[in-house]
Design a protein around this ligand. Structure first.
Ligand SMILES: [Zn+2]
Length: 489
């Protein structure tokens, strides 16, 4: 075969066990058509001396990364904001500088937004208040969301625009943070942030498509070639958003999952999609159901209680906390039947042992229903602490798991608050699950994790390979995986 380009002198990792490492590769029509040794490529060069040759100079080559669980549209939005997280920001002082920098690059009056802060990760060990944000910018509105997205900090300008003063009562289901004189301190809890949120410019489908196209540049620079859209909120037509983004230059392939809640009202988003199970750049892949919450938020539904923590008054609650189931068995069954009828995948968010058991219990005896037997009919998201039975049943049924070592790596402060050390060392037990034969893949869940560059794959890999958190805390050395395995996953 005549190749377009030969690449030589590389340290190429193929992810393919028939030839895991190679030194050279050849490209034809924009695709890698051949890999081989340095000796083999010499023969190719001699056969045709006109082929273009590129010398890697000993550099490492990895396959493009597939991120099988992320929120591309939300990430595209957050990518336009300040990431108030390591490895970008470690303190409120850093945040002030970042706000100042954004302000100097845009017009007066334009919003400045930030996401992801966690006081446990900030040197000052507290939430940023209005005065902190004012120090970064006082003539334009500034808002910064906490990592949980339930608490927002606003600067004086944003408070003024929202009409929040000393005399504003707390809205129902929310609280306006106040200083010792009763003045709003800029920290808005739960429903109180809506007072500011409703002033934000609303994004159209075209705005979102443009954001996604811009995100594509970041993803490609991080080596990420394929992503997923597991949107948690809002009604959106993924065929339209991603179709428009591709017209604007998006290069990544995208697989999309609609929330069951949205499909119950509008099933034609899946049934009428021209991209249902498509092999093209955009694929409508299936249905997503939320089974429980998160370990960090103490809402993943577990078989053992969370580590007790004192409430606001310093009292330990009498009742042990196990987290909460978010959907009913009937909902899982209804979504499962929809997926069977439409031959698309069922994806269930399940972190805690009880939710995992329930999701597996309601699906593992079903005959796989996808036309392509390589594609799992059921996939479970996160799967932090499965029981032995869930492992065995998942292996038997070919249920796939999308798990994220980056959670333990980047959210260690919350994990340590909520779980005992011995329990931490037994979660995300990837080496054993793989040994047992679970079909599994890694993903980042970006931007739903406490990391400034959430879609960048290497923090995730580092978490799996070192079993240490970003700050060096040990998360249980017994369950380390080697780097080759981590990259394949
Ligand atoms: Zn997610």
């Amino acid at each position: 075969m005549k190749f377009d380009t030969l690449y030589i002198n590389g340290k190429i990792f193929t992810s393919d066990d028939t030839m895991l490492h190679a030194e050279a590769m050849a490209v034809k029509d924009g695709r890698i058509a051949w890999v081989g040794t340095g000796e083999q490529v010499q023969t190719l060069r001699m056969e045709d001396e006109t082929t273009r040759v590129v010398d890697f100079g000993g550099k490492r080559v990895l396959p493009g990364f597939v991120d099988c669980h992320m929120h591309a549209i939300m990430l595209a939005d957050f990518a336009k904001q300040i990431s108030v997280l390591p490895p970008d920001i470690y303190s409120i002082e850093d945040l002030k500088d970042a706000i100042h920098k954004v302000r100097s690059n845009q017009e007066e009056g334009q919003w400045i937004m930030g996401w992801g802060y966690d006081e446990g990760k900030l040197a000052e060990n507290r939430a940023p208040n209005r005065h902190d944000l004012d120090a970064g910018c006082s003539d334009s509105p500034v808002v910064v969301q906490r990592s949980c997205t339930h608490i927002w900090s606003a600067n004086s300008k944003a408070l003024e625009m929202a009409g929040i003063t000393k005399d504003t009562p707390d809205p129902e289901g929310g609280r306006i943070g106040r200083d010792e004189n009763g003045e709003p301190d800029g920290i808005l809890y739960e429903k109180a942030f809506v007072l500011v949120q409703k002033l934000l410019p609303v994004k159209t489908e075209d705005d979102r498509a443009a954001d996604v196209a811009d995100l594509g540049e970041i993803l490609v620079s991080q080596g990420v070639t394929t992503v997923t859209e597991l949107m948690e909120n809002g009604r959106m037509n993924f065929d339209n958003v991603f179709g428009k983004a591709i017209a604007l230059g998006l290069k990544n392939r995208v697989s999309c999952y609609y929330l069951w809640r949205i499909l119950e009202e509008e099933p034609e988003l899946v049934t009428d999609s021209p991209n249902l199970n498509s092999e093209g750049q955009v694929r409508i892949a299936g249905v997503k159901l939320i089974g429980d919450g998160s370990v960090a938020g103490r809402t993943a539904w577990c078989d053992m209680p969370y580590k007790p923590v004192p409430d606001d008054n310093g009292n330990i609650p009498a009742e042990p906390q196990y987290g909460i189931p978010v959907c009913s068995e009937d909902e899982i069954i209804a979504a499962r039947e929809f997926c069977k009828a439409n031959k698309c995948q069922l994806s269930i968010h399940c972190m805690g042992a009880r939710t995992i058991d329930r999701a597996v219990g309601l699906t593992w005896q079903e005959k796989p229903w996808m036309d392509n037997p390589e594609v799992p009919s059921v996939r479970l998201e996160h799967v932090t602490m499965p029981t032995k039975e869930a492992v065995e049943r998942s292996v038997k049924a070919g249920i796939a798991w999308a798990t994220q070592p980056i959670f333990m790596y980047s959210e260690i402060e919350s994990y340590q608050k909520n779980l005992e050390p011995e329990r931490i060392s037994e979660i995300y037990n990837i080496a054993d699950w793989r040994e047992a034969g679970v079909r599994m893949a890694f993903s980042t869940d970006a931007p739903a994790t406490s990391w400034a560059t959430p879609s960048e794959p290497f923090a995730n890999l580092k978490g799996a390979v070192t079993r240490k958190a970003w700050n060096g805390e040990d998360c249980g050395q017994r369950h380390k995986v080697d780097i080759e395995t981590a990259i394949k996953l």
